[in-house]
Write a protein that binds this ligand. Structure first.
Ligand SMILES: [Zn+2]
Length: 358
């Protein structure tokens, strides 16, 4: 589907005759493919993910398609946007928690089944899962190496390979092109980890679990930062903020910040039984508002909402004063001093750059 928005038409004189030249303007589209916060399942929401498209107004920003995180249901949401896993140019993973990677296996299986090109998967190099190292590691490489194991074990890969010898008998792992980001990264201003033409993706290490990365996309149409589940490098109070210092560096003067959010209603001592350890590794709506203001970001997109909108509990944890609505998250961001526009995420919410100044 091509959206033929022509920004302006210039008339030029070439070789003595009048020619009309249509100019398409660069554009970027940011779509939340899933807004569920963590492993709970609520009312059909998809797991965390953000699609960033770049192109121009003549091809509906469709030259480069980048998927950031791939939570449960990502493929279904992409299909609602008319995007096939075959069209993705790269996938970027914030961290190796299942609510951010459950559909990566599905994406790889699809690429393998339909003979897609190998797909760039950008994520952290192996890191120790805890300090001191107990011998276990967080491993995107391990995930990708074994991404098709269940289907190999079931015999499906062999059976489908016999049907079509072009399918690699090694299965979906054969179409995953790992682009491991070695840590530690310098704190600023973000290290370029992927580039295609005028689109640059940089990454910065941020705190949540070991190996967590936050990303920034810069293009002629604008810039967006995808913070992931980042929180402050200090695990718990006393600290000045729950938001990430490194994401704040990365977000400097970005047009849009997409970030996981937790509402302060789940603060320890505020009446819920939400685990303090989990609360403290997320960023609150209030602190994200303050951070966006300091960073000079005008548009804040909340995703990975804890708790989900309109529900009385988050997993087993009941809300002390009933369901929250969008306004509760907006009000929290505003109370942090944010004067820009806050979008409280629902699946498929889309923002287009360049931003139209109202
Ligand atoms: Zn998460």
């Amino acid at each position: 589907m091509r959206n033929l928005i022509i920004s302006f038409v210039a008339t030029t004189v070439l070789s003595g005759c009048l020619q009309t030249v249509a100019h398409a303007e660069p554009c970027m589209e940011i779509t939340l493919t899933g807004t569920m916060g963590g492993p709970p399942i609520v009312n059909g929401l998809a797991g965390a993910g953000t699609l960033v498209k770049y192109g121009d107004s003549a091809n509906n920003c469709g030259d480069v398609l980048l998927q950031f995180d791939t939570g449960r249901g990502t493929i279904g949401r992409l299909s609602q946007l008319g995007v096939s896993p075959l069209q993705l140019d790269a996938v970027f993973i914030s961290h190796m928690h299942s609510d951010h990677i459950e559909d990566l296996a599905g994406i790889m299986q699809y690429r393998w089944h339909f003979l897609g090109e190998p797909l760039d998967v950008v994520c952290s190099a192996d890191v120790s899962a805890a300090k001191p190292p107990p011998g276990r590691i967080m491993s995107c490489a391990g995930y990708l190496e074994h991404v098709g194991d269940a289907f190999l074990a079931s015999g499906e890969i062999a059976q489908r390979h016999l049907e079509n010898k072009k399918r690699n008998p090694a299965g979906p792992a054969s179409v995953a092109l790992l682009k491991a980001v070695s840590l530690p990264l310098p704190d600023q201003p973000g290290t370029i980890v992927w580039q295609h033409g005028e689109v640059r993706v940089s990454a910065i290490a941020s705190k949540h679990i070991p190996g967590h990365l936050s990303y920034r996309v810069d293009s002629p149409a604008g810039s967006v930062v995808i913070g992931g589940d980042a929180g402050n490098s200090k695990a718990q109070p006393p600290r000045s903020s729950s938001s990430s210092e490194t994401v704040e560096l990365l977000a400097k003067n970005a047009d849009v910040l997409v970030h996981s959010v937790i509402h302060p209603i789940f603060s320890p001592g505020a009446g819920s039984s939400f685990p303090a350890k989990v609360f403290y590794r997320q960023s609150t709506a209030t602190d994200l508002g303050a951070m966006a203001q300091r960073a000079g970001v005008s548009h804040l997109m909340f995703t990975h909402l804890i708790p989900a909108l309109g529900t009385g509990s988050h997993g087993p944890f009941k809300l002390p004063s009933g369901p929250l609505e969008k306004e509760d998250f907006r009000a929290a961001a505003k109370s942090g001093g944010f004067t820009g526009k806050t979008y409280v995420g629902v699946d498929l919410l889309t923002l287009r750059l360049p931003l139209v100044v109202e």
